[in-house]
Design a binder for this molecule. Structure first.
Ligand code: MN
Ligand code: MN
Length: 459
């Protein structure tokens, strides 16, 4: 018996269990998912594809459910819920892993196109908590859904295919940056400075706005688009390029969107490999987490509750009480990332209570800021239960909170499901440079997270 608690190295256990090859294969699959899922809509599409391949059927096509059935439901192309029906009635509770598939980015404003001194730009409005100075001078790609004046839908994606052009927000050269250098990081690049450079060839047939008119002509010939169509569009600007192995030992992954596609992918993989569970298991990949979980595709939306209600209705006689009981009896892992301890910035972390890169999946009993403000704070009983599940499966896990007390803070979707009276624990992996255009995770941690989620579903 160990009297003393000590962190376990993920890599050590992975070696002991002969899992190195499995870790590298899992990482490759995850990187492929990242490359295909640059936006929440793209993630949902890819998750649907993976689910269908494993025999999941759309809820729309189902008239009756029996234990072992695999079902999915999609909400407005931006969030998806997966279910494997358990032997027990749904009213007895579900095992849920809830994550999110939206990531911080730059959105185009509704009326984005303008010309400034013979250059064409798009105005952007940043989405989620970004450090604005990180988003200049890097190649950016653009993904969008545009509803044209005739009601038809156009999907655009530019910047990630071989040979595609990319876009960029410029910054000052050091030679002329002396005044900007004196500003704080928060003020050096401001929201209205994040203007995307998109073209520079003038259309000489035009009297004015020659470059803008040339861009409009190009967009019209390619997408049948006129300027007013931007007003009914959702266009997202994200870092261009693929996920990369990081380090001489390739032990980490550098990529856009780990937060929170890393947990979403692990949860999806876990449910795709779960057969005939005792209790119904479910994965929910929400949208809008980075802006507060509001809106009809965010975690606060009734979508998930409605979907579970539909399932109860297909299983038995529906009653309001049954859905209330289902949530109250549910066990949830809120699958989201946390701050990984960064030796470069050690002063903002409290080492004994930080999530360490390479030391496994991380549970956070509570999140929040200041005096745990906004947290749902998991019960000791539920933390104990998850701890035992992980230990039994030899999953490498640790506990961490997001930085020192009063240093800052953050939250996840945990409290929203906890408000339904479900048991909820935050459980994800540590990330370095979280919310930056390129974030870093450890391959050991993501593999242990996936093993942990699987153990949770199969217990
Ligand atoms: Mn997150
Ligand atoms: Mn986030």
């Amino acid at each position: 018996m160990n009297l003393k608690y000590e962190l376990r190295s993920g890599w050590k256990v992975i070696n002991e269990m002969n899992n190195i090859e499995a870790v590298m294969n899992y990482s490759k699959e995850y990187m492929d998912f990242l490359d295909k899922g640059k936006t929440e809509r793209k993630c949902v599409k890819e998750i649907e594809r993976l689910a269908i391949k494993k025999g999941f059927k759309s809820l729309c096509n189902i008239e009756k459910i029996v234990p072992g059935d695999k079902i999915y439901a999609i909400n407005r192309d931006k969030n998806i819920a997966l279910f494997v029906i358990g032997k027990q009635d749904i009213e007895k509770g579900l095992k849920i892993i809830g994550s999110h598939v939206d990531s911080p980015r730059l959105d185009l404003k509704p009326n984005p196109l303008y010309e400034g001194d013979n250059m064409a730009y798009f105005k952007t409005h940043y989405y989620g908590g970004i450090r604005k100075y990180q988003w200049v001078t890097i190649p950016l790609a653009m993904y969008g859904t545009i509803i044209l004046r005739d009601g038809s839908k156009v999907e655009i994606s530019v910047g990630d295919e071989e040979g595609d052009p990319v876009f960029c927000v410029t910054d000052l050269l050091p030679h002329l940056g002396a005044k900007q250098n004196e500003k704080t990081l928060a003020k050096a690049i401001e929201g209205e400075d994040l203007n995307l450079l998109i073209g520079s060839i003038p259309d000489e047939d035009e009297e004015k706005d020659k470059v803008k008119m040339n861009i409009l002509r190009l967009l019209n010939s390619k997408y049948n688009l006129v300027e007013e169509d931007f007003l009914s569009a959702e266009i997202e600007v994200v870092p261009a390029g693929k996920a990369r192995h990081l380090g001489f030992d390739s032990s980490m992954i550098l990529s856009y969107g780990h937060d929170d596609r890393v947990c979403s992918f692990a949860a999806v993989k876990a449910i795709l490999e779960t057969e005939n569970p005792e209790y119904t298991v479910s994965v929910l990949c929400a949208d809008k987490e980075e802006t507060g979980s509001n809106g009809n595709t965010g975690m606060h939306s009734r979508f998930y509750e409605n979907t579970v209600a539909e399932l109860i209705n297909l299983q038995t006689t529906y009653s309001d009480l049954k859905i209330r009981r289902a949530f109250s009896n549910s066990k949830v892992l809120s699958a989201d990332v946390t701050a990984g301890y960064d030796p470069n910035y050690s002063t903002v972390y409290e080492k004994n209570n930080s999530c360490h890169i390479g030391y496994g999946v991380c549970i956070s009993k509570y999140t929040g800021a200041k005096g745990k403000s906004g947290t749902s704070d998991a019960n000791a009983e539920f933390v104990g239960e998850i701890r035992n599940i992980f230990n039994e499966a030899n999953v490498v896990w640790q506990s961490g909170e997001l930085g020192k007390v009063d240093e800052g803070g953050g939250g996840t979707i945990a409290y929203i499901l906890a408000n339904y009276d479900a048991q909820v624990l935050d459980c994800g992996v540590g990330v370095l440079s979280m919310h930056a255009p390129y974030e870093i995770i450890s391959k050991a941690d993501i593999f242990e997270m996936y093993r942990g989620y699987k153990a949770f579903f199969n217990k």
